[in-house]
Design a protein around this ligand. Structure first.
Ligand code: GH3
Ligand code: MG
Ligand code: MG
Length: 312
């Protein structure tokens, strides 16, 4: 465990350093408040600190205050060292954001015991942060495919509509639905069905640019958000994806294809289009025209793959 000791008196600094090094701490020492503040706000800062109250420049409580103000990372457990003993001083120190205080010269056993309390609190904090991260993941990520869940992709759509309008950029959206997916489940079982969905999610994710959004809209339906992409560009990319899904599935035994509905908001548009609804209509058209194809909102006839047109 790493700990910072900030004390301008060399003797007391060395004494504490010795005690703590012997108890297995990895000690960093500094001799004034500025250096302490720098160490505690740096990247990968120690999370335990002993700060002398009186130091030239910034004193202990001031360092505390600034650390608490600036901190955006993990919590640091700060103990102030003081030779003062009046109740008012203690209140001042704690109000500055210190977690604990010790009077100097400190008893080695008490010092170690107090620091163990600090470590307990830090480990509680770590568990909380971990739990929060896990909850965040569960709330935003679809567990089967690892892409955004419905709520997240819809929230992203909302904010991208606002951003693209503000920046006068187009925005397009693909809805992708696996064809006859019920039959995949029926013929190969639910586990293979899940596998197909995971692969579809991977394929979509790998086909897009880093700033595009890919989410699972429902069972076997996916949304791909394409900011700064016109509907024509989106249709070209959807067609490439469609062909790829068809080709790859042919090599893998389970025949899978998907239909795509494209909609978008042009860069100059002021109206609030229901892009999702329009994409859904286009998707419906793609389904009713025979599946395994890309349809674009407002365009008739739909984009039919050239091979299929020839075959028709
Ligand atoms: P269409 O070409 O018209 O889209 O036909 P479809 O069979 O793909 O569409 P439908 O909506 O009738 O069926 C979707 C199926 O997807 C039904 C449901 O059991 C299945 N499904 C939904 N979520 C999951 C999932 O997480 N895993 C698996 N294996 N199947 C799922
Ligand atoms: Mg389907
Ligand atoms: Mg469906």
């Amino acid at each position: 465990v790493r700990i910072l000791i900030a004390d301008d008196e060399p003797i007391s600094r060395r004494m504490m350093e010795k005690i703590l090094t012997q108890s297995g701490y990895e000690v960093t020492t500094v001799a004034d408040g500025e250096a302490a503040l720098e160490a505690l706000t740096s990247k990968d800062a120690p999370r335990l600190a002993l700060l002398d109250w009186m130091m030239p420049g910034l004193d202990g409580p001031e360092v505390c205050r600034r650390v608490r103000q600036q901190a955006d990372g993990l919590y640091a457990y700060i103990t102030l060292l003081t030779s003062k003993q009046s109740a008012q001083d203690i209140v001042t120190g704690l109000e500055a954001g210190a977690d604990d205080y010790l009077t100097k010269p400190c008893n080695p056993e008490e010092l170690k015991a107090r620091l163990r309390t600090g470590q307990r609190i830090l480990s509680l904090e770590d568990k909380l942060v971990e739990a929060r991260e896990e909850m965040r993941t569960r709330a935003t990520i679809d567990p089967l495919t690892g892409i955004w869940n419905r709520g997240s992709i819809l929230a992203l759509l909302k904010s991208e509509i606002v951003r693209c309008r503000r920046e006068h950029k187009p925005l397009s959206l693909m809805l992708c639905d696996v064809d006859h997916f019920k039959q995949v489940n029926d013929a190969h079982g639910h586990l293979v069905g899940d596998q197909v969905l995971r692969q579809a999610g991977d394929r979509l994710r790998h086909a897009v640019r880093p700033y595009d959004g890919v989410g699972r809209y429902g069972g076997e339906e996916f949304v791909v958000l394409l900011p700064e992409c016109t509907m024509d560009e989106a249709a070209v990319r959807a067609e490439a994806l469609r062909a790829r899904i068809e080709r790859v599935s042919e090599n893998h035994g389970v025949r899978v294809s998907a239909s795509f509905g494209i909609a978008g908001i042009p860069e100059s548009s002021a109206k609030t289009a229901d892009v999702l609804g329009e994409a859904d209509e286009a998707l419906y058209r793609a389904k009713s025209e025979g599946r395994n194809r890309v349809c674009t909102a407002g365009k008739r006839p739909s984009r039919i793959h050239p091979d299929r047109k020839a075959a028709a």
